[in-house]
Design a protein around this ligand. Structure first.
Ligand code: HEC
Ligand code: HEC
Length: 292
């Protein structure tokens, strides 16, 4: 009986120290990675497999992600579409200077890389509905996939740059690894459930519930708006793991641990755990005390 009582005391002491620690730890994890900030030429073909045609890189990557450069043959069509849909703001030379406008009125698109152009068009952010909005929101895309590729091909022809457009091999990615990387690199802004959250100065991290794999990879590699871009600090294998986590567990949650608790997030679930834990500990405490 004595040993049991000792054990109970140890358990109480461990809980007293452990509970506040567990409470504080996620906040530390969120401060982890070092971000790179300059957007131009985010990521270069640093991979094992580089395919070329007539001396031009057409694709590069590894078994986790293949990056495809949109075909230069699409550039002429892309320029026509660009002049129709984008030039009024970004200028006829895509340098961010509209006709008779001021330099720097709109973002310069030259050198951003095809993945950036593709992401902003295919997520419906561009062409912008309200150019004065603090943050262009996701909408139904105004242009088709092929039109987005064509515009990306033309802008890329002005100054070839990276990253090209990713195709993610989610099949062989590791979803558990992705969950850990997501918690460390993404949850601080998007929340662990991927529902998104408000950030400073009326900007927000959007919900990730309905984003296709290619756009998740593009967002990670290019860092749209106020999101940091992740280049050297995450390998293509790690990006594929995160994409798999987002497109499976976040978009189709299974709640394997039991109750989903309405997906209230780690604080709420932690609070429930704490409440139940404290009640159990109190009972143990009474039990230990009674026998003295
Ligand atoms: C009505 C004006 C307007 C039109 C038309 C427009 N844009 Fe934009 N574009 C903006 C503004 C304003 C921003 C900055 C928005 C933000 O940061 O949320 C922007 C941002 C972008 C960005 C992100 C730049 C960066 O540095 O990250 C890309 C890429 C882009 N636009 C491409 C396009 C393309 C391609 C088209 C045509 C299909 C287009 N835009 C049409 C106003 C416009
Ligand atoms: C510092 C906060 C922050 C971090 C960290 C962050 N994001 Fe974001 N994310 C944002 C913001 C802000 C936007 C919206 C940008 C815009 O529209 O201008 C965004 C946009 C996105 C989008 C596009 C969603 C849409 O509506 O089209 C995806 C996908 C995404 N993030 C995934 C991730 C992933 C995966 C990670 C981790 C590797 C991550 N983010 C880390 C702030 C963040």
């Amino acid at each position: 009986m004595n040993t049991l009582r000792h054990l109970a005391r140890y358990a109480l002491a461990a809980a007293a120290i452990g509970a506040p620690l567990a409470w504080a730890l996620p906040a530390h994890a969120a401060n982890g990675p070092v971000y790179q900030t300059s957007r131009h030429n985010a990521g270069t073909p640093n991979s094992d497999v580089v395919t070329k045609k007539n001396g031009q890189i057409t694709s590069y990557g590894d078994s986790a992600i293949t990056y495809n450069v949109p075909s230069p043959a699409l550039a002429a069509l892309g320029q026509a579409l660009y002049l129709q849909n984008c030039a009024s703001c970004h200028g006829t030379e895509a340098n961010g200077v509209p006709a008779a406008g001021t330099t720097g009125a709109f973002p310069n698109l030259v050198g951003l890389g095809p993945a950036t152009i593709d992401f902003w068009i295919e997520s419906g952010r561009m062409p912008a509905a309200d150019p004065r909005a603090v943050q262009a929101p996701r909408r139904l895309p105004r242009l088709t996939h092929d039109q987005a590729l064509a515009i990306a091909a033309w802008i890329n022809s002005l100054s070839p740059s990276y990253p090209a457009i990713p195709t993610v091999n989610v099949k062989s990615a590791n979803v558990a690894q992705g969950a850990a990387l997501f918690a460390l690199n993404c949850a601080a802004c998007h929340t662990i459930e991927g529902d998104g959250d408000a950030l400073a100065r009326s900007t927000f991290a959007p919900s990730l519930r309905n984003i296709p794999a290619t756009q998740v990879a593009e967002a990670i590699r290019t860092g749209p708006g106020n999101m940091p871009r992740f280049t050297g600090n995450l390998s293509d294998y790690q990006v594929a793991d995160i994409v798999k986590y987002v497109t499976t567990e976040i978009q189709h949650p299974r709640n394997p641990g039991g109750l989903g608790l309405g997906g209230l997030g780690p604080v709420a679930e932690g609070f429930v755990a704490l409440l139940v834990g404290v009640a159990v500990l109190a009972l143990v405490g009474f039990w230990v005390g009674e026998r003295q």
